[in-house]
Design a protein around this ligand. Structure first.
Ligand SMILES: [Mg+2]
Length: 166
C-alpha cells in the first residue's frame, strides 16, 4: 500500500516540473489537477504564470488533460481559456478518470504522467495504473477541513518519501 502512495518525483511547485526530463522519458500525455496544483482553491481563473506554464507544455508537444474532483462549473471556468480535455467530479483516486483521460489523450500508462498536489487522490490514482506520478506542493493553505487533516498525514509521508526517491 505504501508504494502506491509514493510519487515518482516531487517538486516544490508545479512551475518547477522539468519538462525536458519528461520529454526524455518519453512522456506524451500529462494529466493534471487544478485545485492547489495550478491555482489556489479560492481562485477561479488561471493567472499569467499558469497560462505560460500550460502553453509551454503544449508547445513542447505534450497533450494535457485536466482531471478534477471539483464541479463542472469550477472546471469549465478554469478551462475556458485553455479548452483542454477535462474531467470534472473525477472521484480520484478511482482508476476510471485516469483511464478516460488516457483515452482522450490517446496515450497509455507508459507514456502518461500525472501532476497533482495530493498523495491520496492524484498520486494514489496514478500509481494504481502505473502512470508516472509527480507530486507538487499545494499553492494555497486555504482548504477544506478534511483536506487539512489529510495534509498532516501527507507531511509525514513526504518525509518518508523524500528518503526513498532520488
Ligand atoms: Mg489538488
Amino acid at each position: 500500500m505504501i508504494k502506491l502512495l509514493i510519487p515518482d518525483s516531487y517538486y516544490e511547485s508545479v512551475f518547477f516540473v522539468d519538462r525536458n526530463k519528461l520529454k526524455d522519458m518519453g512522456i506524451k500525455g500529462i494529466i493534471i489537477d487544478i485545485d492547489n496544483t495550478l491555482i489556489p482553491w479560492e481562485e477561479k481563473e488561471a493567472d499569467n504564470k499558469v497560462f505560460t506554464f500550460i502553453n509551454n507544455l503544449i508547445e513542447d508537444g505534450f497533450k494535457i488533460c485536466i482531471i478534477s474532483n471539483n464541479t463542472k462549473k469550477r472546471v469549465d471556468k478554469f478551462n475556458e481559456i485553455f479548452n483542454l480535455p477535462a474531467i470534472h467530479n473525477a472521484g480520484k483516486p478511482k482508476k476510471s478518470p485516469y483511464i478516460k483521460a488516457m483515452k482522450l489523450l490517446k496515450t497509455n500508462s507508459k507514456n502518461t504522467a500525472v501532476i497533482g498536489d495530493q498523495i491520496f487522490t492524484d498520486v494514489l490514482g496514478g500509481n494504481r495504473l502505473g502512470l508516472y506520478t509527480i507530486l507538487v506542493n499545494p499553492i494555497s493553505s486555504k482548504e477544506f477541513v478534511w483536506t487539512r487533516i489529510v495534509r498532516k498525514l501527507e507531511k509525514i509521508l513526504i518525509k518518508k518519501i523524500l528518503k526513498e526517491i532520488d
